[in-house]
Design a protein around this ligand. Structure first.
Ligand SMILES: Cc1cc2nc3c(=O)[nH]c(=O)nc-3n(C[C@H](O)[C@H](O)[C@H](O)COP(=O)(O)OP(=O)(O)OC[C@H]3O[C@@H](n4cnc5c(N)ncnc54)[C@H](O)[C@@H]3O)c2cc1C
Length: 477
């Protein structure tokens, strides 16, 4: 990293971050922290349109329940968020998911099946037909795809067969992106999977390599569906991370201050906010792509069009709590996912009170159900009553529920999760070309290179480095 050195102007360079979700907060934090560590002076200001920071991340605690609006946690198998947690002094507040939460289930043919965790269990499991299971084992003999930008479904059908693609991979895609397996790009949405094929030729070889590596390092090996790591949160929910970041940034964070548009004069930018005009040497747009699109509309029409083309799937999270006597089915485990075509409208349910200790009062079961997604935008048009009915209609037989939920919370995201559809990679290249003619303008957040909290935090560090190089070069000029 090159931080600004020997400034030739009297004022320190000013960096404006637009958007106070995890991406914007972490970018602002990294800017301040990196500048401080290198002895450089940088004036950072963050504009957030809402009255609170956090974006999708929001924890609600009421009546003994703790529920998350958006993300439920982050995975501990990459260092990004854990490293941030350590620098914020939050390790003591971490809450890893319990050991019992490692069992995951899949809804198929009217009931839940445990997701097999070993090749032998998989061969015995009824999650796929016998030919479907055998086809998965033929993966090691399939040719590589040649690196084209193909859909997740096309890739998975080629490698592990159509049935596994439609059942196992479809449900995994619902769980992560609430997306359409036939539209999402393998290379953009699951780059690790893409790399596994291009590096090792087959997923089987890649998995064997990963397992050997994990054994050597003594780490946990991923389970079915390519997931690995432990879901991790904080005792007070994910809001702990947001509140601490916000506190560390102090009065650099300006809430209720939407940025409407951007202008460029010479090497500087002017942000038009609700409160007036703000100057900056560099701007990080960490608002979702559709918001960034309207902010840059007058600055660069082509960039604006590319950003607007990154669509998001709507999602609703319906949290329902029951007395444990009303839940006929055991709830030890993580929860279940539902492949499309199995007759249920919900995308899946997380058994929150089994995943994280202390999320529900003793004797109560908290279930977090997801509905909507790329296949079912109509679900978000339902009023709360019918939406809850739709969820309970599916949930009752699966979980053997009796009676009504004792506690309900509904959280809606009309533009919930960005969809990295086929063509996303080419779009990012087009965006990068436009940004070349706008030095000092940067994009960050879940619309581009990863929707997970970890991905947003990883990108924040990279963005902060690039910004500091830019403002440093301005001062050295
Ligand atoms: C239901 C759901 C469940 C999820 N589950 C998980 C999970 O378990 N684990 C995981 O890792 N990830 C999960 N995710 C994904 C993760 O939550 C998001 O990708 C991540 O929080 C996005 O952060 P962000 O900062 O990029 O965007 P956002 O959180 O959308 O923040 C963007 C911010 O920009 C602000 N803004 C917009 N326009 C302007 C403007 N003009 N001026 C100023 N501010 C503006 C917004 O108000 C918002 O606060 C989930 C997402 C959803 C919706």
């Amino acid at each position: 990293m090159t931080a600004p050195s020997s400034p030739k102007r009297s004022d320190p360079p000013r960096v404006a971050v637009v958007g106070g979700g995890i991406a914007g907060l972490a970018t602002a934090f990294e800017l301040v922290d990196r500048a401080k560590r290198s002895g450089a002076e940088v004036d950072v200001v963050l504009f957030e349109s809402a009255e609170r920071a956090g974006g999708n991340i929001r924890t609600e605690s009421a009546d003994g329940y703790t529920s998350e609006w958006g993300p439920n946690g982050f995975l501990d198998n990459v260092p990004a968020t854990l490293d941030l947690v350590e620098r914020l002094g939050l390790e003591e507040s971490l809450l890893p998911s319990g050991d019992g939460a490692s069992d995951r289930f899949l809804f198929r043919s009217g009931r839940l099946h445990p997701l097999p965790m070993s090749p032998i269990d998989f061969l015995r499991s009824p999650v796929l037909s016998l030919p479907g299971r055998l086809r998965v084992f033929l993966e090691q003999f399939q040719k590589t795809g040649g690196g084209a930008d193909e859909s997740v479904f096309s890739f998975a059908s080629r490698r592990i067969g159509k049935e596994a693609a439609a059942v196992l991979v479809d449900s995994m895609v619902s769980g992560v992106f609430a997306g359409d397996v036939r539209s999402l790009s393998l290379r953009s949405a699951f780059p690790k999977m893409f790399d596994m094929e291009s590096t090792y030729g087959t997923l089987t070889k890649a998995m064997i390599h990963k397992m050997k590596e994990a054994k050597r390092k003594g780490t946990r090996v991923g389970s079915a569906g390519g997931f690995s790591g432990r879901l991790t949160s904080f005792r007070g929910g994910l809001a702990t991370l947001i509140d601490t970041l916000e506190k560390s940034l102090g009065d650099r964070v300006r809430l209720r201050c939407a940025v409407g548009s951007l202008e460029r004069k010479g090497e500087r930018y002017t942000l038009l906010t609700e409160g007036g005009r703000e100057e900056a040497d560099a701007v990080v747009l960490a608002a979702p792509a559709w918001n960034a699109s309207s902010i840059v509309g007058r600055l660069d029409g082509e960039l604006s069009i590319e950003l607007a083309a990154i669509r998001s799937a709507p999602v609703a999270v319906v949290c329902t709590a029951f007395d444990e006597s009303s839940v006929g089915r055991p709830v030890e485990g993580f929860g279940f996912l539902v492949p499309r075509g199995e007759g249920l409208r919900i995308l899946g349910a997380l058994w929150t009170s089994s995943i994280f200790e202390g999320r529900a009062p003793a004797g109560k079961v908290l279930l977090r159900n997801m509905i909507g997604g790329a296949h079912d935008a109509g679900a978000l048009e339902l009023e709360d009553g019918p939406l809850l009915d739709a969820v309970l209609h599916d949930l009752r037989p699966v979980m053997d529920l009796h009676g009504e939920p004792e506690w309900v919370r509904i959280f809606r995201f009309s533009k919930g999760i960005p969809q990295y559809n086929v063509g996303h990679g080419a779009r990012l290249e087009a965006i990068a070309r436009r940004l070349k003619s706008l030095p000092g303008l940067f994009l960050a957040g879940n619309s581009y290179r990863g929707v997970a909290i970890n991905a947003c935090v990883e990108e924040a560090a990279r963005t902060a480095d690039a910004v500091l190089v830019h403002v440093g070069s301005l001062h050295d000029a």
